[in-house]
Design a protein around this ligand. Structure first.
Ligand SMILES: [Zn+2]
Length: 321
């Protein structure tokens, strides 16, 4: 069962029923919000054999769900960055003109396009400009900026958002996770089902959340050396550090939001820490810290030395407190 994004899905159903469905669709939104599940659902909507599409139980719906439908092709990722090779893209462009195997439509899915290079995008451009009547393309990415403006102008974009915490609990229950684990995960990652699942299954993610919470306590209690130690533990790997600093950024963002209105929902993994911060930081101080963290985040993404960046951030967070 698919959770969340009801409005998006009902507009796609309306479009499909009205026989004016765009052939190139773009789902964008944060990692873990269910863009792949939505892509499968959309392919089912196009190819379902029943009136009430997607029914979920006809042969087409089932084979699409299991990623074995011959006319629903997931473009294969390759390379260190996880982009798409020029060969893969060329093959798909040629294949797009070959009639479908079984039904009257075929669908190509390019998921996680954030690392798709310009060359691959330019190769795709031509077929996207005028796809054969039976060919559909689905693209997904965390950010709208993943795709070139020339590509974007030929796609219908749909922003994908998190579901509610209640829906996330239901989904995790359906996946067979223990209730306590699910509750713990939702308290950190809210309605983002993918990130909740990752938290339960992946020890490393749980460690990063624990580090984030510890860092927030160190900042509140002005424990500079402990904060340095936490930062040191969080700096073993660039991707992990990016995730850690990203989580810390969200806690400060929540603290700023809570200062304005206590009733607004938190998006960070540490709502309790954010509440404590909100009670102790002045608005200008909070904004300054938030900016420091964003700068550190940008530096890490720009390949600046991890240790240096984190030491500087630690000093800034402790300065003049
Ligand atoms: Zn069906």
């Amino acid at each position: 069962m698919l959770y969340g994004n009801e409005n998006l899905r009902s507009s796609l159903i309306k479009m499909a029923n009205g026989d004016r469905l765009a052939q190139c669709i773009f789902f964008y939104g944060d990692k873990g919000t269910g863009k792949k599940a939505l892509s499968r659902w959309f392919a089912q909507l196009l190819l379902c054999e029943n009136q009430n599409a997607p029914c979920g139980h006809c042969k087409n719906c089932k084979t699409i769900q299991n990623d074995v439908h011959p006319d629903v092709v997931w473009a294969e990722h390759s390379g260190k960055l996880g982009g798409f090779s020029v060969n893969t893209v060329r093959e798909i462009c040629a294949d797009a003109f070959v009639a479908p195997n079984s039904g009257d439509k075929k669908i190509y899915i390019f998921d996680d396009c954030d690392k798709m290079d310009i060359r691959s995008q330019n190769i795709l451009l031509k077929v996207i400009e005028e796809p054969p009547a039976f060919t559909y393309f689905i693209f997904t990415a965390a950010s709208v900026q993943a795709l070139l403006p020339t590509i974007l102008s030929r796609l219908i974009p749909f922003g994908v958002s998190e579901c509610t915490e209640y829906e996330a609990l239901q989904a995790l229950d359906e996946m067979g996770f223990a209730k306590e684990d699910a509750k713990d995960a939702v308290s950190c990652f809210h309605g983002n089902i993918g990130r909740c699942k990752d938290y339960i299954e992946n020890e490393k993610v749980r460690q990063l959340v624990a580090l984030t919470k510890e860092a927030v306590r160190c900042i509140i209690e002005k424990r500079e050396y402990d904060l340095l130690r936490v930062f040191y533990n969080g700096s073993t790997d660039r991707n992990e550090t990016t995730a850690f600093i990203g989580m810390l950024e969200k806690v400060f963002r929540d603290a700023l939001v809570l200062r304005m209105d206590q009733a607004l929902p938190c998006i960070s993994c540490d709502p309790d820490g954010a509440k404590l911060l909100a009670g102790r930081l002045s608005s200008s101080r909070g904004q300054h810290f938030h900016k420091c963290i964003l700068n550190a985040y940008a530096s890490i993404n720009a390949n600046v030395n991890l240790q240096l960046t984190l030491s500087a951030l630690c000093a800034e967070l402790m300065m003049g407190r």
